[in-house]
Design a protein around this ligand. Structure first.
Ligand code: G16
Length: 550
């Protein structure tokens, strides 16, 4: 074994997006592409560790969602880590760690940080996507200052350091060695399951299953399968077969592990059947997203966050109440009403889980959530799909009420925030950029416009000042807000890998009991037409309707 110094070069486009660096597998498989990014990361970490020791003596966590290229990438990263002074790597067996589990392992073992290999909800396989992101010692995604520093380093890097050691056996638990670095191959589920036992009443959940409560969790052949099987079937006594598509596959079995009613269609069909289970849920590629569904009754992620906030005290881990809540700007304001009723703070952040990190660390927020099927809490620093499923199961166990009954009671008390997101996918980048540029330029003229009985009172580009460290993130999405609270929001996705994706978010509030059951798209049709009128979506993209409307 020896440490080699290898010449490298700058690659285009190594700037991390909403959640790490995500590209086509073919891009990641170019010689030195992954190596260049990881060496840049290690250089930045070596230069920035508070104790001046860099990565010397430090432990890193490593694992991914098991998609195509995961195993090869793990070997590469280990050899780079060994050559860059890392003392120990905790590696999920088989190279597997769900994103929330990686966060849990970093925190429980007080690791310096961790590398997560995932392109989340993006498709996998040789033609699909791959991704890498760095999480800091708090278990959460690196902040923008660090990711920008890594990007800058990728552009000037000329050599990398890598061990020429043979591959290690990543499927064998226990300790191995590369150069001076120890690699401890760990059970990917154990730490995470222990954390779930601390938060939830497992006895009550066992009772729910013992009473014959029927659940269908669709893991979509992604990394959530082993976690859901271990916890729901092995530890809580749910019947075998409760978790379907449970085996992680490199191409997710051709499924698109993005838990929304469109991509998790099979779950929706089962939940609409006459003999539907009592509760259904799906997770995404790295198991941090969740969708919850009652029989014939999907729950919008924004409503899910609001309802979880309202009932959190029923869960042992949150019995003492919540310090505050946070949601991303495009997420509906349903949770704001609950926070107000509870007398707790509600923060509005830009899209991206990383923006919740400071609030969670400072104890200002306990629950966080996003419209993109993500909910989580201070137990880790990522959103957490299985945690959300256990939360909803616990609410049903504690109240004896169904998903639909819980949600309808919530609307009756707080009113309903009708909400929908329209995605226009794979638009040419120049078309998308021109649309956003012209829209931004037109903002001063839009204020005061009238749509039916409502008047536009705010038209701006969302900027956020972090209340903890004062950092400012601007250009986070165009907001059009009416005097009745209705909102139309435009932004470009930061996670796609093909062209650009325009996201249009529509919301309006309804408190009249007679109007709480409208079809969602119908309830928002005038806002959608207004959005098209001001931004020229159909005219510019040539798309007559969104590719996905959830
Ligand atoms: C990531 C981020 C989320 C964000 C989502 C969508 O989720 O962690 O905070 O809401 O992307 O982002 P965008 O609208 O920019 O595509 P994930 O599950 O992909 O890591």
């Amino acid at each position: 074994m020896a440490i080699q110094t290898i010449p490298t070069r700058a690659f285009e486009g190594q700037r991390p997006g909403t959640s790490g660096l995500r590209k086509k597998v073919s891009v990641f498989m170019q010689p030195l592409y992954l190596e260049n990014f990881v060496q840049a990361l290690f250089d930045v970490l070596n230069a920035s560790a508070d104790d001046g020791q860099g990565l010397q003596g430090k432990t890193l966590v490593l694992g991914g969602d098991g998609r195509y290229h995961n195993r090869a990438a793990v070997q590469t990263i280990l050899k780079l880590a060994a050559a860059n002074g890392v003392q120990q790597v905790l590696l999920g067996c088989g190279g597997i760690l769900s994103t929330p589990a990686a966060s849990a392992v970093i925190r429980r073992h007080q690791a310096f940080g961790g590398i997560i290999l995932s392109a989340s909800h993006n498709p996998g396989g040789p033609e699909g996507d791959f991704g890498i992101k760095y999480n800091a010692g708090n278990g959460g995604p690196a902040n923008e200052a660090l990711t920008e520093a890594v990007y800058a380093r990728t552009q000037v890097l000329q050599t990398l350091r890598c061990s020429d050691a043979a591959d290690i056996a990543i499927d064998r638990l226990g300790r191995q060695q590369i150069e001076q670095m120890a690699v401890e191959v760990i059970d990917p589920v154990a730490d995470y399951a222990a954390l779930m036992r601390e938060l939830f009443d497992f006895e009550a959940l066992r009772g729910l299953f013992a009473r014959g409560f029927r659940v269908r969790v669709d893991a979509m052949h992604a990394v959530g399968g082993p976690y859901a099987k271990a916890i729901l079937e092995d530890q809580l006594g749910a019947p075998v077969g409760t978790v379907v598509n449970a085996e992680p596959l490199q191409d997710f079995g051709g499924l698109h592990p993005d838990p929304n009613p469109v991509n998790a269609e099979d779950l929706m069909v089962h939940m609409a059947a006459a003999d539907a289970p009592d509760f259904g849920a799906a997770m995404d590629g790295d198991a941090d997203r969740n969708m919850v569904v009652g029989p014939n009754f999907p729950v919008s992620p924004s409503d899910s966050l609001a309802l979880m906030t309202a009932h959190a005290r029923l869960i042992p881990g949150y019995r003492d109440g919540l310090r505050g809540v946070a949601r991303s700007m495009p997420t509906s304001a349903a949770v704001d009403r609950v926070a107000q009723a509870l007398g707790i703070a509600c923060f509005e952040t830009p899209t991206g889980w990383k923006f919740f990190g400071n609030l969670l660390d400072a104890g200002r927020a306990t629950l966080c959530g996003e419209e993109s099927y993500g909910t989580g809490s201070s137990h880790v620093r990522e959103k957490d799909g299985l945690w959300a499923i256990l939360f909803w199961l616990s609410l049903q166990a504690a109240t004896g009420r169904s998903v639909e009954t819980l949600v309808r009671a919530h609307w009756a008390r707080f009113g309903r925030n009708y909400y929908s997101r329209h995605d226009y996918e794979a638009i040419p980048v120049d078309v998308a950029n021109a649309l956003m540029r012209d829209l931004r330029a037109s903002l001063p003229d839009l204020k005061g416009q009238v749509l039916g009985a409502r008047r536009l009172v705010l038209a701006d580009d969302f900027a956020y000042t972090d209340p903890i460290d004062g950092s400012v993130s601007s250009g986070q999405g165009v907001r059009l807000i009416f005097d009745d609270g209705a909102r139309v929001i435009f932004r470009l996705s930061g996670t796609g890998t093909e062209g650009a994706t325009l996201r249009l978010y529509l919301e309006r509030y309804e408190s009249d009991a007679a109007y709480l059951n409208l079809p969602v798209q119908q309830a928002l049709a005038d806002l959608a037409a207004f959005a098209d009128q001001v931004a020229g979506i159909r005219r510019r993209t040539g798309m007559q309707q969104p590719s996905v409307a959830t």
